[in-house]
Design a protein around this ligand. Sequence first.
Ligand code: FAD
Length: 474
Amino acid sequence: MFDVIIAGCGPTGAMLAAELRLHDVRVLVLEKETEPKSFVRVVGLHIRSLELMAMRGLLDRILRHGRQRPAGGFFAAISKPAPQGLDSAHAYLVGIPQPVIERLLEEHAIELGAQVRHGCAVAGFEQDEEGVTVELDGGERLRSRYLVGCDGGRSTVRKLLGVGFPGQPSRTETLMGEMEVGVPQEEIAAKVREISQAHQRFWLRPFGEGVYSVLVPAAGVGDRAEPPTLEDFRQQLRTIAGTDFGVHSPRWMSRFGDATRLAERYRIGRVLLAGDAAHIHPPIGGQGLNLGVQDAFNLGWKLAAQIRGWAPETLLDTYQTERHPVAEDVLDNTRAQTELLSAEPGPQAVRRLLTELMDFDEVNRHLIEKITAIGIRYDFGAGPDLLGHRLRDIEVKQGRLYDLLHRGRGLLLDRTERLSAGRWSDRVDYLADPRADLDDACVLLRPDGHVAWIGDDQRDLDDHLSRWFGKPAD
Ligand SMILES: Cc1cc2nc3c(=O)[nH]c(=O)nc-3n(C[C@H](O)[C@H](O)[C@H](O)COP(=O)(O)OP(=O)(O)OC[C@H]3O[C@@H](n4cnc5c(N)ncnc54)[C@H](O)[C@@H]3O)c2cc1C
């Protein structure tokens, strides 16, 4: 008997497993593949995800394997620098191959005690009042209290759960891969400069040792389960660029579409969905993996609280009420960005206009805060602007705030030195620091770093501690 079975050990499943283990939840992750992903595409970790990594002591590992880049230039690939003074101690982007971030997150989950079984696909399940019986493709049956589908865009769990996945199918597809080329670099660079002015979904970028990363629109929308062939790449390069650049010896080849869909519900009873299993959208702006990891961060402590028995009655429901609107917004911004990438004259004119508007600091800032997810504010009711936002990694007397959040517990940061979270000390840490770099007297942080309360009154604080952390231990 496990507490939680997670289907899928992609970035979302691995992050969720680690978050649950911080609270001693018995976790089993079932991953259908036996080997790491064959593609090595580089994904961008945006500011909020980097903050989450810092909050769990993972950022240094990630920085060792990734490349830091400026945070700007991501909305519809419009090349504008990030505005000055973004409200984060980690205001940059890290480019990192997806298999590497997956490995780092899986290692982190295993270090914390999660069990991961590769080569096991979830094929079916049944839920009852006490738990879920999960059936593997080989027929084995396992029992857990909860099941979370982190099994990607074609999620078996979502389909078996019967949750609607409304949205739009792919209208276009793009081929992506890494391969060697047969013409000199200067010739490629000149041609790419010329073609990419009219085609946003086109590049050949040197990747080292004669290997290029190639991106080119596909001829139509095909079967995404079928990988493209080298001939598909050659043909499309000839159609778009007039030459196939002599491409040969591919390292890997894949295709992706621009389907946009959002699960109607994130939870039915004891079965939940997170990451691509709950939402898919085009990769423009590089948000999918970030969104999934952030889902896991939101869900982990709530599901753990439910299992540990201290969750207030509606806590687990806030996973959907908080994260569904965030995904809706990401889907919308990717729809907008996709339009802005069209080569048609109308969208091109809108793109030029938006490019001008982004010279206004507020417009640029708004778009960057959206893409990087630092602008997210959950609806915790009326209150100061910071309420519901995440708190940046401020300086406190012991060093940095995020270093105090590694254990995934709540934190009461008290500049008045006269408040207490003592009755909740098994779930909430306390830091008295009159000189903390904060405008407010006192803030209560949830384990995901969002501000759950601001004030200086103990009785009001106790109400909010109960709201988020349940009844105090006797
Ligand atoms: C070209 C491209 C570029 C991208 N660039 C970025 C970027 O820069 N930044 C970004 O944030 N995102 C990016 N993304 C999106 C990102 O790759 C996905 O959003 C991310 O992988 C989702 O993670 P996940 O863990 O939710 O799902 P997945 O990564 O799909 O993982 C799901 C896992 O579940 C396993 N699985 C499936 N079915 C079962 C089953 N029945 N039982 C057990 N296991 C199962 C799969 O093998 C897989 O390991 C990009 C996507 C594409 C296509």
